[in-house]
Design a protein around this ligand. Sequence first.
Ligand code: SF4
Ligand code: SF4
Length: 211
Amino acid sequence: MSPHEAGDTPGGDAAGGDAHGRDATPRLKGQAAAKHPPGRAARLVAFVKGLAAQGRRAPPFWQRKTLAEMTSREWESLCDGCGRCCVVKLEDADTGRVHPTSVACRMLDLETCRCRHYRRRHALVPECLPLDAESLPRYGWLPATCAYRRVSEGRGLAWWHPLVSGDPETVVQAGVSVRGNVVSESAVHPDEPLDRYVVRWVDAADHPGGR
Ligand code: SF4
Ligand code: SF4
């Protein structure tokens, strides 16, 4: 998770020199060296070293692993928590096209947009489909913003993905989260036709600065 790693700071491990950037002693020795703050040149060297070290760091797991190679922890962390896959979907009997609605699964927490019973989701909601590297290609209805879809299509993660931004709220800020845009199916009368709830998800690409 590279965005969460603390970057090296200029002068972090610099050694020696006086306040004017000159070496006060020919070579720094033990305690004497520690008494002097690092000079400008030493700080610059340390800064460049820090940049080089950053460049040598391994890319984050979603860039160097396929979906099938990810650990379960990595796989779970890849979900951006948008909640878009947890809405009721209607399939057009003629075209086979699947349309999302603004009616969310009764198990979806409408504030966090996370499943309230994630571990027991398949037992509690039989229509809840398992998502893994093998089944992913069959789910053409997943939104284009879905992190799994993006990675499988070689598009990487967008700036608003929590693994990139370090902030789960950026999913909401980018207009990708369903928060505030859906009602729970438990609030919809069973006899009410759901086709009136069909929506077209706005992709983050439609937002200024979104990708
Ligand atoms: S659409 Fe994809 S990224 Fe969004 S909640 Fe579902 S699985 Fe996670
Ligand atoms: S059971 Fe949970 S994971 Fe499955 S669709 Fe409903 S809210 Fe989403």
